[in-house]
Design a protein around this ligand. Structure first.
Ligand code: CO
Length: 209
């Protein structure tokens, strides 16, 4: 018995609308994908990558996990980055966090939620590393807001430190790593003014207090 019938119904309508707009849409996509961007974002259901940036299937390669964390030994994320950079040859990697991130808040508070605490430990590392900057804010909401931003910056640097990105730059491949943040409250993206395109830029940014 199929109990999620409404989702299949939605799917049929969606596929039919897409085909009406462009009769060859799915045929073309079935041959190949040529996305120019890799999106690394939070798994939060309110942050649907393609919709936010108005891109169609085939235009955005996506990896999402809780709190958009890039860990040096996470084979899942590293494999996505490698495939995107070396096979699809994307020119941009976007790390996109979001304000109001539950994972970041749990990390900020040091909440005990079970297995996920081990994953969020990486965000706590960001919190501890930036302790003076966060202490400056008296309000928890402001600290949360700032930690969401600081987490993006740290994960951008982690992307840049991967062997995959370092290797691409050594080969002279054009590749920029961006840090953005999305506001669930107004649906708008904000550029966190971090865009790294070389090992030199990475070292300069990493040295910033
Ligand atoms: Co989140």
């Amino acid at each position: 018995m199929r109990i999620l019938n409404h989702l299949f119904e939605n799917n049929r309508k969606w596929a039919s609308t897409m085909t009406q707009r462009d009769p060859n849409f799915f045929k073309r996509l079935s041959h190949q994908q040529t996305p120019q961007y890799l999106w690394i974002g939070c798994a939060d259901s309110r942050v649907p990558a393609n919709e936010i940036v108005g891109l169609l299937p085939g235009e955005l390669f996506v990896h999402r996990n809780v709190a958009n964390v890039v860990v040096h030994s996470d084979l899942n994320c590293l494999s996505v980055i490698q495939y995107a950079v070396e096979t699809l040859r994307v020119q941009h990697i976007i790390v996109c966090g979001h304000y109001g991130c539950g994972g970041v808040l749990a990390a900020l508070r040091g909440e005990q939620l079970g297995l996920i605490d081990n994953w969020l430990r990486h965000v706590q590392d960001v919190r501890d590393k930036n302790f003076p900057a966060l202490e400056f804010f008296r309000d928890e909401a402001e600290r949360h807001h700032r930690l969401c931003e600081l987490n993006v910056v740290e994960q951008v640097l982690n992307v840049c430190r991967t062997t995959v990105v370092q290797g691409a730059w050594e080969r002279g491949q054009s590749l920029a790593v961006h840090g953005w943040i999305y506001s669930i409250g107004d649906g708008l993206l904000r550029d966190l003014d971090i865009c790294i395109t070389s090992p030199t830029e990475m070292r300069q940014r990493a040295a910033k207090p």
